[in-house]
Design a protein around this ligand. Structure first.
Ligand code: BGC
Length: 373
């Protein structure tokens, strides 16, 4: 499917969602994420097409030279479902843009920063033309940036956003370093809104006037985990709802951990009304635990995740998940590749390239599934 088709389908579903939510535009949806808005001014979703065109033009101007260019890609962990979708799309898009398959080297950091740092060192020694890095630890970004920049190699960070001080350094020094990703505050806000939109009466099974919830977090070092945890609950409070946290556990983004943690939590807190998971993998595990406990999503409990994995969208359609949030791996991987091309050709990039999340409920889950085919 062409990028433009994906964008137009997403724009249509985002519009449908914002109409349902009573918002005028996607940009106004994450009201609780001010920095997302500021950042998005630099690169809103609507500008993705021109950026893509610029990369295409730049690639053409390079006279097909991309076939000789070497790209090193470091992924924090291959077994992560979301990053698997991301890297497969990145690989095929890089090839479609003219890179030779043999010149695209994607390596597995095995969730170990020392391993990944070695891999980066090897790419530097090999003399790759550009690096695309999904850091194991975002807090290692300054060290990684220094290594890569000192070697004169442009760098595109993906998925795990370095902190504001680190990003400011790239702009202050005018280095060829950028970050491509979404603002996790927006995804947390959307998760909370999906629940808030149900209304207190539908959620408050025990009639205590509060939303009794458990939270299953991803890697706490990761800003996505921190913001989704914070902003999902903030959205409930902003909607005037009272909340009661029954449990908060770290599931490291993994399905098995989501399953065992939620099984324990539900046994200890049968009064749980909502299970928030920072991603769909953990939500799929949570669903197994919910079903094993004889509970029914939509009838005596609610469940939300993030990513819009195919299986999660199918659960949303079947009513076995309340909702999820589309983490657009297609747009993000294409933007990352476009940014890499822009560095190779000398066109350059902004230091932050954003992307919008999309709220997914039973109303638009099919559209999202169709757009992913
Ligand atoms: C995704 C998670 C994934 C994580 C990896 C997040 O943006 O939602 O599914 O595990 O990135 O860093």
């Amino acid at each position: 499917m062409s990028m433009r088709k994906v964008l137009s389908i997403l724009a249509a579903s985002a519009m449908a969602v914002s109409l349902l939510a009573g918002c005028g535009s996607t940009a106004s949806a994450p009201a609780a994420a001010p920095a997302a808005e500021e950042k998005k001014e630099e690169a809103p979703a609507e500008e993705a097409a021109p950026a893509e065109e610029a990369a295409e033009e730049a690639a053409e101007a390079a006279g097909g030279d991309l076939a000789d260019k070497k790209v090193g890609v470091c992924i924090y962990q291959f077994s992560d479902n979301f990053m698997t979708l991301f890297r497969n799309e990145l690989q095929s898009y890089l090839v479609s843009q003219g890179f030779a398959e043999g010149n695209i080297n994607i390596v597995d950091g095995a969730n170990d920063q020392a391993t990944q740092t070695n891999q980066i060192q090897n790419f530097i020694t090999e003399g790759v033309d550009v690096l695309i890095i999904n850091p194991v630890n975002s807090s290692s970004a300054a060290t990684i940036t220094d290594m890569v920049h000192d070697a004169g190699i442009p760098l595109v960070y993906i998925n795990r956003e370095p902190d504001a001080d680190e990003e400011a350094r790239w702009a202050d020094n005018d280095w060829d370093v950028t970050y491509v990703g979404c603002d996790a505050r927006q995804s947390g806000t959307m998760q909370g809104e999906i629940i808030a939109d149900l209304g207190l009466d539908a959620i408050d099974f025990n009639g205590n006037g509060a939303i009794d919830y458990i939270m299953i977090k991803g890697d706490p070092e990761n800003i996505d985990a921190q913001y989704r945890t914070e902003f999902s609950i903030k959205a409930l409070e902003d909607a005037g709802l009272k909340v009661e946290k029954l449990d908060e556990q770290v599931g490291m983004w993994q399905q098995e951990q989501g399953q065992s943690l939620v099984a324990n939590s539900l046994a200890a807190h049968p009064e749980t009304e909502v299970v928030f998971c920072n991603n769909d993998a953990m939500a799929l595990g949570a669903l197994q635990a919910i079903q094993a406990a004889g509970r029914k999503v939509g009838e005596d409990i609610y469940l939300v995740g993030v990513d819009a994995l195919t299986e999660a969208c199918e659960d949303v359609l079947a009513g076995t998940m309340t909702g999820t949030v589309f983490n657009d791996h297609i747009s993000q991987s294409h933007s990352a590749a476009d940014a890499a091309i822009n560095y190779i050709t000398g066109a350059g990039n902004e230091h932050y390239i954003g992307c919008d999340y999309v709220k997914v409920t039973a109303d638009n889950a099919q559209d999202i599934l169709d757009s992913l085919k």
